[in-house]
Design a protein around this ligand. Structure first.
Ligand SMILES: NC(=O)C1=CN([C@@H]2O[C@H](COP(=O)(O)OP(=O)(O)OC[C@H]3O[C@@H](n4cnc5c(N)ncnc54)[C@H](O)[C@@H]3O)[C@@H](O)[C@H]2O)C=CC1
Length: 282
């Protein structure tokens, strides 16, 4: 049986649809702000693999709550990784493009130098480092721009704004790959299964949807597919200030996914499925 940390998030909701026999731990059952308690639960449950898709994901709030975010995104996966190493079971952990500063123009490979611009990215990077130190059989799956019919995300925000607006200014100088939570859940499941028999696949992997776009272009496709008349104006990030700075280049080089027989999913197809689920497809 697989053990999944998280129950209500975008990726964990999709994992629940995919993994019928897994054990999912909610925040009430396993609070990542208590890393030792999370480690104890793995020892008690003795799963065949662990997937951690729970995290402190409020990027802007993390600027004022870095210590708590570091416990949840850093220490907790670190302790989980130690127990997985001890029990000899694979550990799959979801991380982020925000570990990079995004200052270069090429797609970022998994071994590109990290340099987070904000607290959230720093705490996620801390988690990656602690996992590597604990050295279980593992895959760290860095992804970007997650959307689904569950939780909060850009797609749902755009649909909500379209109820009351017919013009929107959207940032056009940040480029990345929108990624469906469903495709991430599928990749995490495949990785957890394959690592059991192929521990040499341990490492950091990039997983994002294709093609890469700006937020403004992503918004245009959302409105077109939802049949909404909306004028989207391109604006630079400087005109949409946020407490945490975001990387300009979030394009991830996902080529090493082929080790798991995986490739970049087309987010345009996944978007259509999400809009249908939300009852918003034109
Ligand atoms: N949402 C995005 O655009 C991106 C997300 N990621 C990463 O992907 C993973 C999944 O993200 P989403 O599903 O979008 O997140 P989400 O925000 O939808 O869900 C986060 C989950 O973590 C749980 N959680 C938060 N604090 C907790 C605590 N103290 N103890 C236990 N559980 C706690 C929440 O209850 C929720 O189930 C995370 O590791 C995130 O860092 C990476 C890149 C982009």
């Amino acid at each position: 049986m697989m053990l999944v940390f998280g129950k209500t998030g975008q990726v964990t909701c999709e994992l629940q649809l995919l993994l019928q026999n897994a054990c999912f731990l909610s925040r009430e059952e396993a609070d990542l702000s208590d890393p030792e308690a999370c480690a104890r639960l793995i020892r008690e449950i003795k799963p065949e693999a662990v997937i951690n898709a729970a995290a402190y994901t409020a990027v802007d709030k993390a600027e004022d709550n870095e210590e708590l975010a570091r416990t949840i995104n850093g220490a907790a996966p670190g302790e989980m990784a130690k127990v997985c190493a001890e029990l000899g079971i694979p550990f799959v952990h979801i991380s982020t493009d925000y570990v990079f500063d995004g200052s270069c123009n090429q797609p970022l490979s998994p071994n590109h130098a990290t340099n987070p611009l904000g607290a959230y990215g720093r705490t996620k990077l801390a988690g990656e480092k602690l996992i590597a130190e604990a050295a279980p059989v593992h895959a760290i799956l860095r992804t970007s721009w997650v959307f689904s019919s569950f939780g909060n995300n850009f797609v749902k925000t755009m649909l909500r704004l379209s109820e009351t607006r017919d013009t929107l200014n959207v940032v056009s100088d940040q480029i990345g790959g929108p990624t469906s939570a469903r495709s991430i859940a599928f990749a995490a499941m495949i990785m957890a299964r394959q690592l059991t028999n192929a521990p040499d696949k341990t490492g950091v992997y990039h997983f994002s949807g294709k093609p890469d776009v700006s937020w403004a272009d992503f918004a245009r496709v959302i409105f077109a597919d939802a049949g909404k008349e909306m004028t989207v104006n391109d604006i630079p990030s400087s005109e949409y200030p946020t407490p945490a700075e975001r990387p300009m280049n979030s394009r991830l080089d996902c080529s090493t996914l082929s080790e798991f027989g995986l490739s970049r999913p087309d987010w345009r197809a996944d978007l259509k499925s999400v809009l249908i689920k939300l009852g918003a497809k034109a």
